[in-house]
Design a protein around this ligand. Structure first.
Ligand code: SAM
Length: 505
């Protein structure tokens, strides 16, 4: 297992450029890219740029790139792929320049077509494999749209290797998006896999484009309905998506038919929501037994129901809810276990905290699954709809000690009347990570334990640096960091970091 290493001087420079503009030491990033719209912090473009810089730095001396004539668009080339980037594309180096090669693996020799030259790299279309990597197994590919659709990247890679790669993404994120002194971070744990590798997504949102003006008329051809073609803003017509659960897959067929038959009702293009809904019927004689009927919902305001073990959740179909039900029992148990606080000096014994703070709580996933053993729980989310359902979900699952607030995450601290020293705090922000105001108030509150869940490990690493370097955060010890694979066949990874306050009180 590779430990998360320190940031060397070069990394330090990179990190300085990427700090929050409004945090101490930040503010240099915007200047770096004056000509273009700013790169989203922790977004795919920034992550790719950093991977490319590191790859080029690791290469032997190459000819001056400025003097090399770049191949014209549509030129066909053969490239040797060297590594996988954190966003799932392969990276190759050709005449000292980085090439981003979708649907490829390290060790592949691939035929590609040049599409465009960006500042830091050249983007190509994947044409075919000329010589496969030892890691490539095309017999694993489970979808006829793979290598054209932008949804999946790794169907040709054995699942264990997908998990290894996701661990490395976390290691790299903590190396390049944060600056951590040696020894401060634990070794990144093995990624926990999803029980289902296909057939797992409980929500899909295929879409179609409309005519430039005037709406559809009966003479127009039916538009492509599906997901974008990799690297293009063009929709690929998709009849099925094997990473979806069966109910949602049947929804694709149904909704395609509906759009085909009702095209003239659409004034423009649209996104179709397909969300699974479960109706569970419990056996009257034996309440431990039940049957389930799964259907799909298309109305974003309709209520969808989902079960995690015996916990029942309802939420508006269009609101956020985790999209891979198969991993949620394992995942929520992991979060629950990691909320426990040490009760012996050697950390060998632990017990649930007295209090729970669930920040960015959505419709109450963690409060409901982890809240039964605490005296009091409090959750916050910016979505008033989600908060209404968090209260309903707590009640429906017998959690009577929880309250919820609709608003910005930092609002929660005004309502807390219990001590941080007996509290565990879950943080599960959106991809952009936490706001500085929230982190400052979190550190002021000083919960005994923080469990930071993130769907973007790059902004998580940035926030972790902020916590650990802040004057009030220096007493935190990082106990563990590991990934959970919510999205097999794709590059996404959910990262969970656990911190304990071990400083002076
Ligand atoms: C990744 S989801 C997590 C939801 C929940 N923990 C779950 O697992 O179901 C992030 C949540 O953050 C909420 N959110 C986004 N910005 C926020 C903010 N500034 N303050 C509070 N909540 C916010 C969103 O509404 C969304 O429910």
């Amino acid at each position: 297992m590779e430990a998360v290493g320190p940031a060397g001087p070069d990394n330090q420079q990179r990190i300085e450029k990427r700090k929050f503009p409004n945090r101490p030491g930040g503010g240099q990033k915007r200047m770096r890219r004056e000509k273009k719209k700013p790169v989203k912090e922790g977004g795919a473009e920034e992550v790719l740029e950093i991977d490319i810089k590191n790859l080029l730095a690791s290469q032997p001396e190459t000819p001056e790139t400025a003097s090399v004539q770049l191949p014209a668009p549509f030129t066909e080339l053969e490239l040797e792929v060297i590594q996988l980037s954190s966003i799932g594309d392969g990276l190759a180096v050709h005449e000292g320049r980085a090439y981003v090669v979708p649907f490829s693996l390290p060790g592949d020799r691939v035929a590609v077509k040049v599409i465009r030259h960006a500042d830091t790299h050249t983007v190509v279309d994947f044409l075919k494999v000329v010589r496969p990597s030892p890691d490539r197994d095309d017999s694993l590919i489970g979808c006829k749209y793979f290598a054209t659709c932008s949804g999946c990247q790794f169907q040709m890679l054995a699942y264990e290797k997908q998990l290894e790669h996701k661990k490395q993404v976390i290691v790299n994120a903590y190396k390049h998006f944060g600056d951590f002194p040696e020894g401060l971070l634990p070794t990144v744990g093995e990624t926990i896999g999803s029980p289902l590798k296909y057939n797992y997504r409980t929500k899909l949102t295929p879409h179609f484009d409309g005519p430039r003006r005037g709406g559809f008329n009966p003479d127009m051809p039916v538009p492509e309905i599906g997901f974008n073609i990799k690297g293009q803003r063009k929709v690929l017509d998709i009849e099925d998506c094997p990473i979806g659960v069966d109910s949602v897959r049947s929804g694709i067929t149904d909704q395609r038919k509906y759009v085909h038959e009702n095209l003239t009702k659409y004034k423009r293009g649209a996104t179709i929501l397909l969300r699974e809904n479960t109706v569970r019927t419990v056996d009257e004689q034996d309440p431990t037994k039940f049957t389930e009927e799964k259907t799909f919902i298309t109305d974003s305001n309709a209520v969808s129901t989902e079960y995690i073990g015996n916990f029942k959740f309802t939420s508006p179909a269009g609101a956020f809810f985790q999209n891979n039900n198969s991993i949620l029992p394992t995942f929520t148990a992991y979060i629950r276990d990691n909320l426990s606080l040490p009760v012996s000096a050697d950390n060998s014994a632990s017990e649930p905290p007295k209090y729970l703070v669930d920040a960015y709580c959505g419709s109450g996933l963690f409060t409901v699954t982890c809240g039964s053993t605490v005296q009091k729980a409090i959750g916050v989310d910016i979505s008033a709809d989600s908060i209404a359902y968090a209260s309903k979900n707590a009640e429906a699952n017998g959690i009577t000690n929880a309250s919820f607030i609709a608003g910005n995450a930092e609002k929660i601290f005004a309502d807390i009347d219990f001590p941080g020293s007996e509290t565990s705090c879950i943080i599960d922000p959106p991809r952009k990570g936490c706001d500085q105001l929230f982190l400052d108030q979190l550190l002021e509150f000083k919960p005994k334990r923080i469990v930071y869940v993130s769907c973007n490990v790059h902004t998580q690493a940035r926030d972790m640096e902020y916590i650990l370097k802040a004057e009030k955060g220096k007493g935190y010890r990082v106990d563990s960091i590991r990934g959970f694979d919510f999205f097999p066949q794709t590059h996404h990874v959910e990262s969970v970091a656990v911190l304990t306050w071990v400083g002076d009180n």
